[in-house]
Each structure stands twice: as structure tokens, then as C-alpha cells.
Design a protein. Structure first.
Length: 401
């Protein structure tokens, strides 16, 4: 970028500068730190620390996956027997799984459409599939996914504040769904007669945590005074912890909560129902893959696990997503799911086979699609930026990705 004492920039440079200043009109070609408060990047030292943490997390996750798939799962069922069950799947079963996979692939971007009316589905598809790939296939990819969602939504024409609101709301709703689905699963087990006192206590505790989270979230949105009080309490608690380990450091959680409230308030008020429904659709479409997988590997034999028991096993296994060892609960969810299906009456071979098929069908296609959407977005963004630089008369922000 030309400095203040250099010759006047060319027309292409003027267009580039105007685009970076966030000129309105048309569709923007990118989001930079000059157009919006994008997620802050760390300094050099901090980047080194984050890189080391990512490597360490990746190594720990890899060791854990080896333990789960090489030692734990074989104790639940024999891989050879599981493969024999998979080979018995008929053409109709395979076709049903293919349809379920396509439905899951197409439903996954809908929360972005729900949170951002006017966002085209094809653009939401790029954001959603890329987000899935980063969050579920990359160590510590959740943070990268948040930044990428923000950048992509900005490149598709959403103003910075609105893009940040969409990312924040969908992140919060994802947590709510992750907490709520196991409660639904325990309710399904109770309806099927499989619930015991431990299940009931767990369900009540989970329901209490979810209720407190939702009420607190609603109060923060409803009243600024509540948001300030929650922020002040969080500052005090965090300050005590930080003072013990990192002297001289401080956090402004009150400001962060107030900014969060202002950013998402309008989106939540107008779109909470659509956001809730679409997030539930994503979860239920993933469960449909498991249900069809279990029926497929069981073949013509009478099913040993009912619909409600299958749902209960899948829903409770989702708790593994909250264990931050591997991205997307890879390994933790699988081991829990196979164990629960076996405890509900499935043969060890069928339980392991269904888990493997479910993981393969619900993970691999979306992850590969996410790689393709990320590459396509990067290439198109580069072409759009290059075209605008070469066209002297291009209007700022008129490029489209």
C-alpha cells in the first residue's frame, strides 16, 4: 500500500484501498481488519505458543485415536466380524444410506441460512461444509472454523457486524443442541423402559445445566444490567485465577459480554425459532444415518435394538463431543456408541459395524466436500481480487465470490 509521501496510487490501487475501507454497495470481495472487527490475530510470540499448543493437541488426539481404534473398540467387537456384517448389506440398504448422506450434506448449511436471511443457499453451503471440515477434521480446528466462517460470510456480502452475529448465534445454538440432545436420548430410554436411576439423575442434572444456560442467556439478552452483572462476576472469578498464574494480566469479560449481547440481540429476537429447527434437523439427519446403518448391518435378522433405544444410544454418545481430546468427538463418541448399542442388545459385531458405517457416511463425504469448498472459495476470491486490481474502473465492492 502506498505511503503518505509517495506518488498517488493508480486507479487499481484506489479501488483496492476503497474495498479495504469497506465501501458499501454491491457484494464485497473480502473482509479485512479495516472493514470490521475481525477475530484478532495473535502476535508473533503468541502465534508460536498457539502453534505449539495445536501440535500438542494433535499429538494427544492421535494417540487417543490409536488407543480407541486399536485397543478399545476391538474389545467391544471384532473388526473381522464387523466387516463380515458390513459385507452383508444389501443394495437397498446401501441406497438408503446414500440418500441419508445426501440429505445430511444438504441440511448441514441450513442454520446459516436461518440466521442470515438473504444469504444464498449456495453460499451457506460453502460456509457450512468448510466449517464442518475444519471443526471435525483439524486439531484445534474449532477456532479456525470460527474465523473462516466470519471471513466467508463477509466475502458473500454480509456486513461485518451481521457476519459476527451469525457466527456467534450458531456457535451458541450448537452448544445448546449438544447439551439438549442427550436429555432427549435419556427421555427416549425412559419411554422404552431402559432408563435406570442413574440415567434419570443424569438427565435431571443435564436438564438443570441446560435450563440454567438458557435462562442466563435469555436474561443477558433481555437486560443490559444483567449482562453487566454477569460480566462483573466473570471478571472477578477470572481475575482471581489469572492473578495466581499470570501476574499483570487482565481480562475485560464485561465488555466482551456486552459486545456479544449487542451483536446477536436482533438476530436472536427475529430468528431464534428457525435457528433452533434447522440445528435440530442437522442432528436428526445424522441420527437417521446411524439408524439405517444399524438396520443395514443386521440384514434380514429381526432387529435387536428398537428405534428409541438406537436414538438413546446415539444421543447419549453425543456427550463425547464435549470432551476436547479429538475434533468433533472422533473416537470418544464412537466408543460410547458401540458400547451402548451392545448393552441394548445388538451383537458386538453389529454394534461395531454400525458405528463404523455411521462414522464413515456422516464424516467422510462432508469432510471431503469441505476441502473442495474451501479450495474453490480461495481460488474464486483470488480471481475476484485479481480482476478488480486489473480493472481501473471497477466499482469498489462490486466483485462477487
Amino acid at each position: 500500500m502506498a505511503g503518505p509521501d509517495t506518488a498517488p496510487p493508480t486507479a487499481g490501487r484506489r479501488a483496492r484501498a476503497a474495498r479495504r475501507r469497506g465501501a458499501t454497495g454491491g457484494r464485497v470481495t473480502g473482509v479485512t481488519d479495516e472493514t470490521a472487527p475481525a477475530p484478532a490475530t495473535a502476535s508473533g510470540g503468541r502465534t508460536g505458543l498457539n502453534r505449539r499448543k495445536t501440535v500438542i493437541q494433535g499429538v494427544i488426539g492421535l494417540v487417543f485415536l490409536v488407543f480407541v481404534f486399536a485397543f478399545l473398540l476391538p474389545k467391544l467387537g471384532n473388526y473381522g466380524d464387523a466387516w463380515d456384517s458390513i459385507k452383508t448389506m444389501g443394495l437397498v440398504s446401501v441406497a438408503g444410506l446414500a440418500v441419508a448422506m445426501v440429505v445430511y450434506l444438504l441440511v448441514y448449511p441450513l442454520p446459516f441460512v436461518a440466521a442470515a436471511p438473504g444469504l444464498r443457499y449456495r453460499d451457506a453451503f460453502v460456509v457450512g461444509e468448510t466449517s464442518f471440515m475444519l471443526s471435525n477434521a483439524v486439531p484445534a480446528g474449532a477456532a479456525v472454523s470460527v474465523g473462516m466462517q466470519y471471513a466467508m460470510l463477509g466475502s458473500f456480502g454480509l456486513p461485518a457486524a451481521r457476519a459476527a452475529a451469525v457466527v456467534a448465534v450458531n456457535s451458541v445454538w450448537s452448544v445448546f443442541i449438544t447439551l439438549g440432545v442427550p436429555i432427549l436420548g435419556l427421555a427416549a430410554l425412559a419411554a422404552s423402559g431402559r432408563a435406570n436411576s442413574t440415567n434419570v439423575i443424569t438427565a435431571l442434572l443435564g436438564l438443570l445445566v441446560l435450563a440454567v444456560a438458557i435462562v442466563l442467556f435469555a436474561l443477558i439478552l433481555a437486560k443490559e444490567t444483567v449482562a453487566r452483572r454477569v460480566g462483573a462476576l466473570a471478571d472477578r472469578l477470572a481475575g482471581r485465577l489469572i492473578s495466581r498464574f499470570r501476574h499483570g494480566r487482565s481480562l475485560d469479560l464485561t465488555g466482551a459480554i456486552l459486545n456479544f449481547r449487542v451483536g446477536i440481540l436482533d438476530t436472536v429476537k427475529r430468528r431464534w425459532a428457525a435457528i433452533t429447527v434447522t440445528n435440530l434437523l442437522v442432528s436428526l439427519s445424522q441420527f437417521a444415518i446411524l439408524f439405517l446403518a444399524l438396520r443395514a448391518v443386521e440384514g434380514d435378522a429381526p432387529s435387536s435394538v428398537t428405534f428409541l433405544e438406537t436414538f438413546g444410544a446415539w444421543a447419549i454418545a453425543q456427550i463425547g463431543i464435549m470432551i476436547p481430546i479429538t475434533p468433533g468427538g472422533l473416537g470418544t463418541v464412537d466408543a460410547t456408541l458401540a458400547a451402548l448399542l451392545t448393552s441394548f442388545g445388538a451383537s458386538p459385531a453389529d454394534a461395531l459395524a454400525a458405528t463404523i458405517v455411521w462414522r464413515a457416511v456422516s464424516f467422510v463425504p462432508l469432510a471431503l466436500t469441505g476441502v473442495a469448498t474451501l479450495i474453490t472459495w480461495q481460488v474464486r476470491r483470488g480471481h475476484a481480487a485479481l480482476a478488480s486490481d486489473r480493472a481501473p474502473g471497477v466499482a469498489p465492492g462490486s466483485g462477487e465470490i
